[in-house]
Design a protein around this ligand. Structure first.
Ligand code: FES
Ligand SMILES: [Fe+2]
Length: 398
């Protein structure tokens, strides 16, 4: 249970808030790169409570600027792109990707061009996604997580779209291994039936524990078969589970962008064409109507992730942690909250929080994907231990 004040500390993501300032130290995926085209080179994005416009200029470069023009506030979403940047549609003020004002039609106002800098953030395309950094300069490098930087695998982007709830609910779920055999029991049963719907398959689990790594929290779940399942929460906004790297990008306090990159290593270690240019799969909506809020919408729960969306969103736009009752099995949640607090304090002391990399040539970071329980070899081992002919499960958010 948290006080209302503690809850706000961990959930407010806007500029100037303690958590928002800490979260700004990381790179976030904010859009699908292929959504920016010559016909539609701009896209409105709201990230960490800031209204921004993403654009691709006629030189093919990506820029990310504050939505409202520095002149008199028209949206740059309707700006016209050219080789040098984007020109506001209203009076033509021209901005480059760094937020410099290059022209001020109809006159040339040198005083404004020298003194005004439009808010601009670094953005880059990697594995088919646009990543952005909204923190102070200099930006760190994007961490070389194996699932994002290893060349020897197929990649696929799965877009789940907008979650209508705060980022912390999705991330607390990532250190909540007790939920998976219960919430997802219909999708992990294989050929078996659970003893009861109350317990699902939780009695398959001997126990679980957590330990800290340089970049987050590793969850370790030991099954009664002896199988060990480890996968990490990559601080602060990623769950790597099975083949999927699940990003939860805070849009604002009550909305979160949810998308995945799936990585499957090639058997011979070769680099396939889709290693760096993944196909994009837009997933079915998790609720009907898609823009409704509980209880005025129905969560379809058509797979594991949509079941998670039900659980996360029905906690409320921002879960009221002043009325919760944590149990022993919630100790991963407690650990994560503590970690968030500690990283906030580090930023307040002027230090880098955890998982910040500044060497552009740093080594690939091993998140143990090859030993993951959902890797093809491990799944085969587990199936044969259970004497099953069918797959034990599909990937989810466990
Ligand atoms: S409002 Fe953008 S140029 Fe005038
Ligand atoms: Fe889940």
């Amino acid at each position: 249970m948290l006080t209302q004040e503690e809850n706000e500390l961990l959930t407010q993501v806007g500029p100037g808030t303690p958590c928002g300032e800490m979260l700004r130290r990381y790179w976030y995926p904010i859009a699908i790169a292929s959504e920016l085209t010559d016909e539609q080179p701009t896209k409105f994005v709201r990230i960490l409570g800031e209204d921004l416009v993403l654009f691709k200029d006629r030189s093919g470069r990506i820029g990310l600027l504050a939505d409202h023009c520095s002149h008199r506030g028209a949206s740059l979403l309707y700006g016209r792109v050219e080789e040098r940047g984007i020109a506001c549609a209203y009076h033509g003020w021209l901005y480059d990707r760094e937020g410099n004002i290059l022209e001020t039609p109809p006159e040339r106002n040198d005083a404004i061009m020298k003194s005004v800098k439009h808010t601009a953030y670094p953005a880059q395309v990697h594995v088919g996604l646009v990543f952005a950094y909204l923190g102070p300069a200099p930006a760190p490098v994007m961490p070389h997580y194996d699932t994002l930087f290893r060349p020897d695998g197929h990649r696929k982007i799965k877009v789940y779209g907008q979650l209508d709830c705060n980022w912390l609910q999705a991330m607390e779920n990532s250190v909540d291994p007790a939920h998976a055999p219960i919430l997802h029991q219909e999708y992990i049963r294989g050929v078996r039936q659970p003893a009861s719907t109350t317990r699902g398959f939780i009695d398959d689990v001997e126990g679980f524990e957590f330990y800290l790594t340089d970049y987050g929290i590793m969850k370790k779940r030991t099954h009664k078969t002896g199988a060990i399942d480890e996968h990490p929460l990559i601080f602060p906004h990623i769950l790597r589970q099975g083949p999927s790297t699940q990003f939860r990008t805070p849009i604002d306090d009550e909305h979160t962008l949810h998308l995945h990159i799936n990585f499957t290593a090639t058997e011979d270690g070769s680099e396939p064409p889709d290693a760096w240019h993944p196909v994009v799969e837009y997933q079915e909506p998790c609720k009907e109507p898609v823009d409704g809020l509980h209880p005025n919408t129905h969560f379809t729960q058509w797979a594991i992730i949509p079941q998670d969306h039900m659980a996360w969103e029905t906690q409320g736009p921002v879960a009221n942690r002043a009325v919760e009752h944590l149990s022993y099995s919630d100790r991963g949640v407690v650990l994560f909250r503590q970690l968030v607090r500690e990283q906030i304090e580090k930023v307040q002391r002027g230090e880098d929080p955890m998982g910040i990399y500044r060497d552009p040539d740093h080594a690939i970071i091993d998140t143990k994907i090859d030993e993951d329980i959902w890797s093809p070899q491990r799944r085969e081992e587990i199936r044969s231990q259970r004497g099953e002919a069918e797959p034990a499960s599909s990937s989810g958010s466990s």
